[in-house]
Design a protein around this ligand. Structure first.
Ligand SMILES: [Zn+2]
Length: 640
């Protein structure tokens, strides 16, 4: 149906929203009023919306039904710009939730400085500056620009005294016809636009830019316009950008930086507490210079843009010194760069403070760490906290009576009294070479950073056979997976079964933010997915962070370890020698060794309000149906 044709009658017959039923969204109201959609279409979309399992906004349903396009929505909003408030627009276009908007209003009311809504939303991480400006640009119909990367017309810029820019958040960019394209931080401020019109004695074509961008552009422009200097400055600003991103990542405690070209911008995200968090967006124009800068820093080929590349760099600025591993990955939109922050100062955490349940901790000390010889495997994916557990364990067994030697890549934390070696292939101090020498050091305990190939697996098993205690990590999903993978590495089943004493699998789950935690039952569907009824979790103290400034409104702060400890007994050793399937071995482990799975440990921690069922479902493998809560608590010695 042609929306515009059908519209006239609606506008005439019913200029406002229908009187019956709940109020439509403001955008849908406006679309109706302006004749972009008909009453019938909206009524039908509402019925569809009511039948959907996952809630969707009415506007999205209308789009899905092809009653209106995204461009028509934008056009309609721009034509009616004065009738819609930015807050509603943000909610209805799906940038923030209604709840977030209400929270922002509250913060705004409580702040004596009376900040603007946009300032509150950006300052409290409800939305990025870029997103806010995007919506403002839709609402006002002004273009969104990045003046710091645009050539600024020097004649225009110097038409007013340099001081003038100190008190006005704007910068002229170029003449367009008889108007001046001028970027404003706040294009809603009529007084500012008038001031510009008078100062420049010309009509103004407003554009929107971030305050920081305007400040940077004004600084660059003030520092002169000669071609050479301008290029040098562009260079400077890119160098500064890269440094600023890395410093910000270190300060945020991030483990990785993702720099990814998208269709319309360069997106920068940090991985914090295991989750990617948006840091900022930069205009696409900066991509070539930013990419080259990073490639120069990590010494990879800057002319190669069609192949994946990798490198490393040492970053030293101010008090920060760290190793970065860089990966350049070719995508359809250009090279995506991921920087991994290595040897961030690992923290030494006491074994007791890792978050292991009391009975599990007891068994780990008695049946793993205090065994005279054998291999102790700590498994989990990257970023699951394996290294921290290794350091806590070494620290626990370290004593003047024993000799400990390590081969790490790299050493992340130095512990007094042990021989730690940081692998450095650049000077030929390779992993293989180091492992060959480590056994000649008369060690009681050998720490191998990671088992990553047959060679390191053999060294670990051989060392254990000759009476050493070996502590190492392995990249596998769960504890049984660790055993199976050793078998798949051509290590004889009897060797695995006679040398491995225990396998500790682990993950880190986000902790509920203590500042805004409130009791909240998990969604019934989530419990169902775990095979639990509401009665099965009666008495559990589920909590959920409601979002506050302490946790950047995520409801989570910091992380807690979740563990699965397998101590091999006769039954498991026999099952390994008999080459049973992983499923059979798993059942035997649970029945004969009292193994509590990662999933079960996670559930007990969620039931104690430390993390959430959502985190459990997001992060933990669901291989077996979890046992009842009471049984798990008894097995772990966990408090009710
Ligand atoms: Zn909080």
């Amino acid at each position: 149906m042609d929306a515009t044709a059908a519209a006239t009658s609606v506008t005439n017959a019913n200029p406002t929203a229908p009187a019956t039923g709940p109020r439509y969204s403001e955008i849908v109201d406006m679309l109706l009023r302006e004749g972009y959609v008909t009453d019938e279409q909206v009524a039908y979309a509402r019925r569809v919306q009511g039948k959907l399992e996952t809630p969707r906004r009415l506007l999205d349903v209308l789009k899905e039904l092809d009653y209106i396009s995204g461009d028509q929505v934008k056009a309609a909003i721009q034509e009616n710009r004065l009738s819609m408030r930015i807050g509603s627009l943000l909610v209805e276009l799906g940038y923030i939730t209604e709840q977030a908007l209400q929270n922002a209003f509250e913060i705004q009311r409580e702040d004596k400085k009376r900040p603007k809504l946009g300032e509150v939303l950006v300052a409290h991480n409800f939305i990025s500056q870029k997103q806010f400006l995007e919506v403002l640009s839709i609402q006002l119909g002004y273009p969104l620009v990045a003046p710091e990367f645009l050539p600024i017309d020097p004649k225009l810029f110097t038409r007013v005294p340099g001081r003038w820019y100190d008190s006005h958040m704007m910068i002229p960019i170029r003449e367009e016809g008889d108007q001046i394209l001028m970027a404003f931080a706040d294009p809603l401020d009529k007084a500012e636009i008038n001031a510009a019109r008078q100062a420049f004695s010309q009509d103004i074509l407003p554009a929107i830019a971030a305050p920081d961008a305007i400040r940077a552009a004004v600084d660059q422009a003030r520092n002169g316009f000669s071609a050479g200097r301008s290029a040098a400055m562009r260079e400077d600003s890119v160098v500064g950008q890269v440094d600023a991103i890395i410093v910000a990542a270190v300060e945020a405690g991030a483990s990785d930086i993702h720099i990814e070209p998208l269709k319309d911008r360069l997106r920068i995200r940090f991985r914090q507490d295991g989750i990617l968090v948006h840091h900022k967006d930069l205009p696409r124009e900066i991509i070539p210079s930013l990419t080259s800068r990073i490639k120069v820093m990590c010494e990879v080929d800057i002319t190669e843009k069609r192949r994946h590349q990798g490198g490393r760099m040492l970053f030293e600025r101010g008090g920060i010194k760290l190793d970065l591993r860089v990966s350049c990955y070719v995508t359809v939109h250009g090279e995506k760069i991921v920087l991994r922050l290595l040897n961030r100062k690992a923290e030494l955490i006491q074994l007791e403070d890792l978050g292991m349940a009391p009975k599990m901790l007891e068994r780990f000390i008695e049946h793993a760490l205090e065994q005279p010889s054998g291999v102790i495997l700590i498994t989990g994916p990257t970023g699951s906290g394996k290294t921290t557990t290794v350091y806590s364990s070494i620290n626990r067994i370290n004593s003047p009576q024993i000799s400990i030697a390590t081969a790490e890549e790299p050493v992340e934390y130095m512990i007094d009294g042990i021989a730690q070696c940081s692998i450095n292939p650049k000077i030929n101090l390779t992993f293989e070479e180091t492992l060959r020498h480590i056994v000649r050091q008369d060690p009681d305990v050998i720490v191998i950073g990671e088992i990553r190939d047959n060679f390191s697996a053999e060294i670990a098993v051989q060392a254990a056979l000759t009476g050493h205690k070996v502590l190492t990590t392995f990249h596998t999903e769960d504890s049984i997976g660790g055993l199976i993978r050793l078998l798949n590495m051509n290590i004889e089943a009897f060797l695995v079964s006679s040398t491995v004493v225990s396998v500790l699998a682990q993950r880190l789950l986000r902790r509920v933010c203590p500042a805004c935690a409130a009791p909240e039952m998990p969604r019934p569907g989530d419990l169902q997915r775990l095979g639990y009824t509401a009665e099965a979790v009666a008495g559990a103290k589920f909590m959920k962070g409601q979002g506050c400034s302490e946790c950047a409104y995520t409801g989570y702060k910091g992380r807690i370890g979740v563990y699965e400890l397998l101590v091999l007994d006769e039954m498991v050793r026999n099952a390994l020698i008999e080459q049973r399937t992983s499923h059979e071995i798993r059942s035997i482990c649970i029945e004969s060794t009292g193994l509590v799975t990662l999933l079960e440990d996670g559930i007990v921690k969620a039931a104690a309000g430390v993390t959430t069922i959502e985190e459990v479902l997001r992060c933990l493998p669901r291989l077996n149906r979890p046992r009842p809560l009471g049984e798990l608590r008894r097995a772990l010695g966990a408090r009710e």
